[in-house]
Design a protein around this ligand. Sequence first.
Ligand SMILES: NC(=O)c1ccc[n+]([C@@H]2O[C@H](COP(=O)([O-])OP(=O)(O)OC[C@H]3O[C@@H](n4cnc5c(N)ncnc54)[C@H](O)[C@@H]3O)[C@@H](O)[C@H]2O)c1
Length: 333
Amino acid sequence: MSGLKILVTGGAGFIGSSLCERLISQGHSVLAYDSLFRGNKSNLSALAGNQRFQFMQGDVRDVERLDEAIECLDGVDLIYHLAAVNGTKWFHDAAHSVIDVNINGTLRTLELAMAHDARYVLASSPEAFGEALQQPIQNGNEMTFTDPSMHQRHSYGASKYLDEIACQHAAREGLDVRIVRPFNAYGPRLLGDEYGQVVAMFFQAILSREPLQLHNGGQQTRSFTWIEDIVDGFMLTGLQEKGLQGESLSGCALNIGSTEEVTIQHLQERIFSLVSHDETWGKDLPQIEDSQGYHGDALRRLPDCSQAITLLGWSAPTSLEQGLHLMWSSLRS
Ligand SMILES: NC(=O)c1ccc[n+]([C@@H]2O[C@H](COP(=O)([O-])OP(=O)(O)OC[C@H]3O[C@@H](n4cnc5c(N)ncnc54)[C@H](O)[C@@H]3O)[C@@H](O)[C@H]2O)c1
């Protein structure tokens, strides 16, 4: 399929900007819509001047501005909804905004999709499973949240959980809705400020020669997924008419992640090893400081991607080793 009119909310963000680039390269017309709360127009600089690309600054809860965006696109066939307040520190510091943006943004864009009968793809999260006591994470697992008086970490995960409910409801009402859950995407544009995310924070500590914070000894595990593999997953989920066996994709909820599970300490060691073998950098490595980390931080986050494999033929081919090399080279260039 080419030549679709596609709205990408959160289009100036880390994943959204790479998704916009790929959609344009495949012949689609794209409008990236973003409040620039955390995204940056510089992420979209490669698309400046492209006739099929537009950027609009706006809030995803603002229905009039969203209508203007659809007018600028001259209609819409597909909405990728990625706009959200993302970054762990926000979940604790700004729970009210996280809930407001993430839930109301999804409701408003779902209504927009319904009004235009457009296909809809939600960027959900493995955090929709809350404490995720059962691993690997797969559909049908319990979604378990802690008492909100203890901490507000799950303002994010619970908002994604409610987003998924709204999407499944819309699918039952007849809208073509698909859900993607990326697992720890990383790549050159990932932000490494105090709000996250860990791979970029580690590289940032090296580049700025600041101490590197390792939460709780770094024994928690994650599955890090290279940005281009994540974008492949979004592309297939949004653009495939049907699954590989001709199944309807509406209502599907797909984990998109590497199945290479590593501890955060192991991640730090791999990054240090990579950097110390780079002769242009030398052996200059930051001090490691153990810190307490955040309440509610999952001990493991491992995806079961069998549905993405079966329905789309998707899996993540890039190893962590390869991805870290690519990211370091890009940060140094
Ligand atoms: N990066 C990951 O590993 C990961 C993992 C799981 C889920 N996700 C989800 O994928 C999506 C994209 O994540 P990302 O890593 O690119 O994050 P990001 O923060 O880079 O992108 C989100 C974008 O949404 C924009 N935004 C925030 N509030 C907005 C508002 N009110 N109106 C309009 N735009 C607004 C931000 O400015 C930002 O550009 C998010 O929905 C996130 O929750 C990401």
